[in-house]
Design a protein around this ligand. Structure first.
Ligand SMILES: N[C@@H](CCC(=O)N[C@@H](CS)C(=O)NCC(=O)O)C(=O)O
Length: 202
């Protein structure tokens, strides 16, 4: 299977963390691409009309895109059980959506501050995206610590990838301040081999 990938994309990192946790990373043929909505460059627009990564080309059927779809597919294919059944399933999905939404805010912030011409930048928009990340951090600290300390699931992987991205882009200052439980959880989680093998690099 070919995975359109990037070492800076936190969404791609979610897929690669899952693959390393499964011990199946060698089954993914990685094609590193780059681009944006403004300049798609090598992004896989032929198989993903949205021009976004990650994008997985399967032996059968259309390419899969959106990290959540790809992760659910690989989890099913490899029998990982990272999307548990029963009540914990909905918590896991909500946690993954929270982390992904924080990533969306982070990425919009990066695009606004890097791609848009300086005289067109909207400070209120940038502040609004940072506020989403700040509220997300508070929610994780206040409401999600018990879940984060439970058995490994896709919600935890998404939070790990998201916090790694905050460290990588440094866009919300020191996120550990005011979030001691989350910081302690992350320092342990970041030691996992799957996390170590997928540290973002420019
Ligand atoms: N919801 C998508 C977001 C993917 C995404 O935005 N990826 C970025 C790279 S980090 C991208 O492809 N950007 C190119 C663009 O927006 O055109 C997912 O979870 O996969």
């Amino acid at each position: 299977m070919k995975l359109y990938d990037s070492k800076t994309s936190p969404y791609c990192r979610k897929v690669m963390i899952l693959a390393f946790e499964a011990g199946k990373a060698d089954q993914l043929d990685l094609d590193y691409v780059s681009g944006s909505a403004v300049a798609p460059n090598t992004m896989p627009i032929a198989v993903n009309p949205l021009g976004k990564i990650p994008c997985l080309v399967r032996p059968e059927g259309p390419a899969l895109y959106d990290s959540r779809v790809i992760c659910a597919y690989l989890d099913d294919l490899w029998g990982m059980g990272l999307y548990p059944t029963g009540g914990r399933r909905w918590d896991t999905l909500a946690l993954e959506a929270t982390a992904d939404g924080m990533l969306d805010a982070g990425l919009l912030w990066v695009y606004e501050s890097r791609l848009r011409d300086e005289n067109m930048r909207h400070q209120g928009w940038l502040d609004g995206q940072q506020a989403k990340i700040a509220r997300g951090l508070d929610a994780l600290e206040d409401r999600w610590m018990a879940h984060l300390h439970g058995p490994l699931d896709m919600g935890q992987i998404a939070v790990g990838a998201m916090l790694g991205y905050l460290d990588f882009r440094q866009q919300v200052g020191e996120w550990r301040d005011g979030h001691p439980s989350l910081a302690a959880w992350y320092s342990r989680f970041a030691e996992r081999p799957a996390m170590q093998k997928t540290v973002p690099v420019e």
